[in-house]
Design a protein around this ligand. Structure first.
Ligand code: PA5
Length: 426
């Protein structure tokens, strides 16, 4: 499903030398006895997830699709990036399938929040507030604002029927509020951290509301889970990818650039950055995950990649077949000189751009490229790919000897901010 092409690494990696380390770590994952093991709920989640809740999610999503124009999703970090990445990847950047999904709660920007509130004020909107802790300030402020707008518009009673909360099954401020207000509530399992939560209701409810087939997504995830549930480094491409990353980290690379040729995958790059950045960037270790979209960024970052400091390698996520075809037309005047491309598809041009860039970066520029190839980008493939990157991330962080599932550094800015805001106890 994901083909790993390791022929452009400019390196001869001895995978066998990694085998025993990989086997030990795989045991740690299987037996759930490594650091952070209480957050390994994602590992078997495509098999163990609550199917009844998934049916409820589909039912409520249908209700939202039939009764509202907009769904406002309030969440930040792991509580929104996966859903946003999936919705853009599947539905594209010009959503036109009945219900508009708008993300809020990921910023304190007055102008962004104002624009959203102003845009939705005359629309029929529902809210999905997502927060595991229930206390994340960005999300909580956004929710308070959007909830008040809704209550003023339709009254408290109707508003209750339009608010869906996704949070911890037992604790937290949002859980308490949901109980009190009687909101429909979905469960973010206690043993799944935010950045590993795309297959939980955190991702599934917004996706279902966006008209995406969540069963297909979970089928893709399930197949990836089954395929990569072994420690054989000669065949397990997920672990091979983790090993290659580790090799480059130990051979003077500081940055991994996640590259696609599809603008609808820009948010997948954002999801990727959070997954790897929060999982690995600790104890002064880890690769800095960055992302770029080509050919767009070949006209900006391309110069640096080609000839700048040799700090990075690229991980290309290549989609072989687009979902549509566009043919370049003939032009009688040919003033733009493009008739040599007439009757050729845009996909043909994109592919040549990719192959030309691959050669330029790897051969001329000496920048290693890992190529991950999928045939097409559908919901199944996306589910498979999310799982692939999550599992590889677990292995990769354990190879670095850090806990993949905590994020202690994130608290530092919060403490300072709370102190400056005058929050009690800071
Ligand atoms: O990956 C993570 O754990 C974080 O990015 C969280 O998802 C993010 O901070 C939001 O937290 P919460 O869901 O508690 O609001």
């Amino acid at each position: 499903m994901i083909k790993l092409d390791a022929t452009h690494l400019n390196a001869d990696i001895d995978f066998k030398s990694y085998q025993s380390k990989v086997s030990k770590i795989n045991d740690m994952i299987v037996n759930r006895n490594g650091p952070g093991n209480d957050y390994l709920g994602w590992y078997k989640y495509p098999e163990t997830y609550n199917k009844e809740e998934a049916e409820q999610i589909k039912k409520y999503a249908e209700y939202v699709r039939n009764n509202f124009e907009v769904l406002v999703v309030c969440g930040i970090g792991g509580s929104y990036l996966g859903a946003r990445a999936a919705i853009e990847a599947i539905n594209g950047l010009r959503q036109d399938n009945g219900l508009e999904i708008i993300f809020l709660g990921q910023t304190f920007s007055t102008d962004y929040v104002y624009d959203v509130l102003n845009y939705i004020k005359d629309k029929k909107f529902a809210i999905n507030v997502i927060s595991k802790s229930g206390t994340t300030t960005e999300t909580a402020i956004a929710f308070r604002l959007v909830k008040q707008l809704l209550e003023e518009k339709v009254g408290k009673e109707e508003a209750r029927k339009a608010i869906f909360a996704t949070t911890d099954p037992e604790k937290g401020a949002l859980k308490q509020l949901s109980n009190q207000e009687g909101y429909v509530t979905f469960v973010l399992p206690g043993d799944v951290g935010g950045r590993y939560s795309v297959f939980t209701p955190v991702g599934l409810f917004p996706l279902a509301c966006a008209g995406i087939n969540i069963d297909e997504l979970m089928k893709g995830a399930y197949d990836a889970m089954t395929e990569f549930d072994n420690d054989d480094l000669s065949t397990n491409t997920c672990y091979q990818y983790a090993v290659i990353r580790d090799y480059f980290y130990r051979h003077n690379k500081q940055v991994e650039m996640f590259v696609t040729y599809e603008p609808r995958l820009v948010q997948l790059g954002e999801w990727f950055k959070q997954l790897y950045g929060e999982s690995e960037g600790k104890e002064h270790k880890g690769l800095l995950p960055d992302s770029a979209t080509f050919s767009t960024d070949l006209h900006s970052l391309g110069q640096f990649i080609q000839e700048g400091s040799p700090v990075l390698f690229e991980t290309l996520f290549i989609v072989n077949k687009p979902n549509h075809e566009i043919i370049i037309p003939h032009d009688n005047d040919n003033l733009d000189g493009l008739n040599y491309l007439e009757n050729k598809s845009l996909a043909f041009v994109n592919e040549k751009a990719y192959l030309g860039t691959l050669e330029a970066h790897t051969k001329t520029g000496g920048v290693p490229n890992i190529i991950l190839e999928v045939e097409k980008l559908d919901t199944y493939t996306l589910g498979y790919s999310f799982y692939f990157f999550m599992k590889a991330c677990g292995m990769s962080a354990y190879l670095l000897e850090v806990n993949p599932f905590n994020q202690p550094g994130v608290e530092v800015y919060k403490k300072n901010m709370f102190h400056l805001l005058g929050k009690k106890g800071y």
